[in-house]
Ligand binder design. Structure first.
Ligand code: BGC
Length: 364
């Protein structure tokens, strides 16, 4: 394409109006980039020349291939309230890349960083920009996962308002980002977000995202904590072919969540092992069921979370982690392990090194 033609098109094309976000949201809050001013045409052009504006649509099945292996990051990290107190450092992106991963799933709890008018704090958005940049610098696919599922579970109406506000601000901010930035609408809808409630909310939210990101791949999962057995209840807009479907897998909970205080059914369990042929077969059968659904619906699969809590016996955790990852790969799915640090750790922040058995199970 001739440069003069590109310049002409840029001069006649309207700058995206950022999806007409909340009336209260000023332009400064919805602009892209790390500065707080909306991008003018000339700024957009300058960044195009600098190679920063390079979104190209990618088929979601192709995207899943590129995503490959990944890890969840930044859940509960102080970085979100105070950048200087971050546990996760920029250099960890490099460790992750060199450790054999291609993707990070960024766990964002944006709702608590909104003001009374549901505007995301500028400092929070700036942190998000830095996280995205850091991941991009290591050629990692970066999934922006809205993770306020616990709040949503107890207040569907409040969730709807905040989720729409969230994507009204975050989607336009990254509308020019390369296709390696992928949006995940909401982690694990559950309780008040029943399948019918979620089906209607997801359509509304997707419409907001589509105003500024018509062809970026968006990750959406079924109700009941992204449960594999709820895929049949998931209703996606049939004509939107830029969707990746996500599921989470922690079965059997008695093994993966033994000793986990937040899951009362299994909080007191200990000594549960894993690894019989029947147990491995169950994973294969469960995933084969998901694959049947994927083929029938023509939607690629992303296993966004799996893992076994640190309190279980290490040999069993290794068998489990390896079995789930390899089975997912055998079906051509992408996956992100739960999680880098915090709990279920694959990286020991204190030792500044991989938890070797878990890491090797993930990346043999
Ligand atoms: C939650 C974590 C939890 C994990 C396993 C995630 O979706 O955000 O708090 O540890 O699932 O239960």
């Amino acid at each position: 394409m001739k440069l003069s033609f590109v310049l002409f098109m840029l001069s006649v094309l309207p700058v995206h109006a950022a999806g007409n976000p909340l009336p209260q949201v000023g332009k400064a809050e919805i602009s892209r980039g790390s500065n707080s001013q909306p991008m003018s045409i000339s700024t957009r052009w300058a960044s195009l020349l600098a190679g920063n504006t390079s979104f190209e649509p990618i088929d979601p099945f192709e995207q899943v291939k590129v995503m490959g292996r990944g890890v969840n990051i930044l859940s509960g990290d102080p970085i979100w309230s105070n950048f200087k107190k971050a546990r996760f450092q920029e250099r960890h992106f490099q460790r992750i890349r060199e450790g054999g991963f291609q993707t990070v799933r960024v766990v964002m709890e944006g709702f608590r960083y909104m003001d009374g008018q549901n505007r995301l704090r500028p400092a929070w958005l700036k942190t998000l920009d830095r996280v995205v940049k850091g991941a991009q610098a290591q050629n990692l696919t970066v999934i922006l996962d809205e993770h306020d599922y616990n709040r949503c579970a107890v207040d569907a109406a409040g969730c709807r308002t905040k989720l729409l506000a969230f994507w009204q601000q975050v989607a336009p901010r990254y509308q020019d980002a390369p296709n390696s930035v992928v949006f995940e609408m909401l982690n694990e809808p559950n309780r008040q977000l029943t399948a019918p409630v979620w089906n209607s909310m997801l359509k509304e939210t997707l419409a907001v995202i589509r105003k500024t990101n018509p062809t970026r791949n968006v990750i959406i999962g079924p109700a009941f904590w992204n449960n594999i057995h709820y895929l049949d209840k998931l209703e996606l807009p049939a004509d939107d072919r830029h969707i990746i479907v996500t599921v989470h897998y922690y079965l059997p909970m008695e093994f993966t969540h033994q000793g986990a205080s937040w899951n009362k059914e299994t909080a007191k369990l200990s000594g549960v092992t894993w690894g019989t042929d029947a147990e491995k077969h169950r994973v294969e059968e469960d995933f084969a069921g998901v694959q049947d659904w994927s083929k029938k619906e023509g939607r690629p699969i992303f296993l966004g979370e799996f893992g076994a809590y640190d309190k279980g016996e290490m040999d069993s955790r290794v068998r489990y982690t390896s079995c789930v990852a390899r089975t997912a790969e055998s079906f051509g799915w992408a996956w992100t392990y739960w999680q880098f640090d915090g709990d279920f750790i694959v990286y020991d922040m204190a030792k500044d090194d991989w938890v070797q058995p878990i890491w090797k199970a993930l990346v043999p």
